[in-house]
Design a protein around this ligand. Structure first.
Ligand code: AMP
Ligand code: ZN
Length: 510
């Protein structure tokens, strides 16, 4: 079996071949921290986390690097509009760094709740301006730049491969007939697709954060941060670079021109992009979503906290996302969230029942089920188990097909040919990639129902008799009597819990 990934550069599925055997270095474009991440942005990080988990499951050592943009990102990706950070800072009467700090913490809170592993390196743009200046100097030395109106521009005509990621044709672009729209014309640009590497005399005279540079005091353009920081932490040639599809025509196209313009050689081997989360329909009077693209800058977006406030778990949203392939558009709706919530709940219940069957009822993750993924290969699985694990691996190796992987997990859990103990090990292994914290969540649930009467009952003959009578009433569909008995027992401090295996009980917490 071999891992295949869809490479935007070349637009086809390719077998993943790492630069250094057994190791994968990758960089994902991170958040611009001027507002909360919306649930569309969070799709990008769940996708990145799936890549991270898959590579580790397959035995790769990895270095996962992500930036935090806390300077230089204008509301248009192509140098137009306001500076996003500065605008929020002004509106709130706070400093840019205060805004960045607040929303970076909020971002961490979101990714933690979604069970996204934190990248190995998270790097802030404001802490790497020297690296950006050094890189711009190399780009300049190679003849790719010009000064105009106080800003330093990248001249895209000096880089023959400009636009190859997005299949843009520079001649068409020059003629203004390309696939990329230029909204605002900057008169200083020789070509509309040139972009700023360093701003000095920008329209933002009151830019709060500025640095000295060979081109005057100012601040960097947005794209240069990703080139500079990725190279600092991963070297001048690394394996994978990711982001949302909106980054293909401008941000990543410009990143390539900068990086390869500086080094004169190939920069990244595989480019991976997640499709958008789109909003299907608003629900209810307070639904603040409109049909179409979710966007931070327009204020039309849902946050993870809104979902949680409506009674969903963050992992329900993760479940919803993984039910779609990262390269397909996914339509958000409350109905889809309900369905994800119910399916996740059913999955946890099934795993809880298997835990109980195996006698794990103390509410803790059984020790032998931790850290399973690494030891998967050749670890004495039964034939039935091996077949499921192979299918699962084939799914994730097929360009991270989480819908197929998820359905294989569901099939495995129901397969009577796989012994219960082994099933738990499989669940732990598959969940290493899917990231639902299944065993942990199920262990808590199974502890709740663990006060189930043992073979001999509760030891209290009156309670045992009532539980038995209620079971009988349920069997006869005498729901009124069943409810009556539930209430009688409740008064005695006994709470009944209906599980797929029958009714159990627990003492009510004081
Ligand atoms: P930003 O914080 O705006 O720089 O965006 C962070 C990440 O979210 C980028 O990789 C974007 O491409 C991605 N992104 C933005 N909007 C969406 C969306 N609606 N669905 C999926 N990804 C998105
Ligand atoms: Zn980037």
């Amino acid at each position: 079996m071999a891992l295949k990934l869809y490479n935007t550069m070349g637009h086809k599925l390719e077998e993943f071949k790492p630069i250094n055997e057994g190791f994968c270095g990758f960089y994902g474009c991170g958040p611009t921290v001027y507002n909360y991440a919306h649930i569309g942005n969070l799709r990008a990080y769940v996708f990145l986390d799936t890549l991270d988990r898959t590579l580790r499951y397959l035995g790769y050592n990895i270095k996962h690097v992500m930036n935090v943009t806390d300077i230089g990102h204008l509301s248009g990706d192509a140098d137009d509009g306001d500076d996003k950070m500065l605008k929020t800072a002004k509106e709130r009467g706070q400093s840019v760094l205060e805004i960045a700090d607040f929303y970076t913490k909020a971002f961490y809170n979101d990714i933690d709740r979604l069970n996204i592993r934190r990248p190995d390196v998270v790097c802030k743009a404001t802490e790497h301006v020297q690296e950006m200046i050094d890189l711009i100097k190399r780009i300049e030395a190679n003849g790719h730049t010009y000064m105009a109106g106080g800003n330093l521009y990248y001249d895209v005509t000096t880089y023959p491969d400009y636009g190859k990621l997005a299949n843009l044709n520079l001649d068409e672009l020059k003629a203004g007939a390309g696939k990329r729209d230029v909204v605002v014309v900057d008169e200083n640009k020789r070509n509309p697709y040139d972009f700023v590497l360093w701003f000095t005399k920008s329209k933002f005279e009151d830019q709060a954060l500025t640095w000295d540079s060979p081109w005057g005091r100012g601040y960097p353009g947005w794209h240069i941060e990703c080139s500079a920081m990725s190279m600092k932490y991963l070297g001048e040639h690394f394996d994978i670079h990711t982001g949302g599809i909106d980054h293909i025509p401008i941000h990543h196209t410009n990143e390539i021109a900068q990086s390869e313009g500086a080094t004169g050689k190939k920069w990244v081997n595989y480019w991976m992009h997640n499709e958008f989360l789109v909003v299907a329909k608003p629900k209810g009077a307070d639904g603040n979503a409109e049909a179409g693209k979710m966007s931070k800058s327009s204020g039309n977006f849902l946050t993870l906290q809104v979902l949680i406030d409506k009674g969903y778990d963050a992992l329900d949203y993760r479940f919803f996302l993984l039910g779609g392939h990262y390269r397909s558009q996914l339509a958000f709706s409350w109905d889809a969230m309900d369905s994800a919530k119910n399916s996740r709940k059913a999955l946890v219940k099934r795993v809880a029942a298997i835990l109980a069957e195996c006698g794990y009822t103390d509410g803790k993750m059984p020790e032998k089920l931790t850290g399973l993924a690494g030891e998967l290969a050749g670890s004495g699985w039964s034939e039935a188990a091996k077949a499921h694990l192979d299918k699962f691996q084939a799914a994730i190796e097929d360009d991270l097909s989480t819908p197929k992987a998820l359905s294989e997990l569901q099939v495995t859990i129901k397969d009577a040919a796989v012994p219960a103990e082994e099933k738990l090990r499989i669940v732990a292994a598959m969940d290493f990639v899917l990231g639902f914290n299944l065993i942990e969540t199920a262990a808590k649930l199974s502890a709740e129902v663990s006060a189930a009467p043992a073979a001999g009952g509760t030891g209290d003959s009156e309670i045992d008799a009532l539980v038995a009578e209620r079971n009988e009433a349920k069997k006869n569909k005498n729901w009124a009597r069943a409810d009556e008995i539930r209430n009688i027992l409740k008064e005695k401090g006994i709470v009944l819990i209906d599980t797929p295996q029958g009714t159990t009980w627990k003492k009510e917490q004081a």
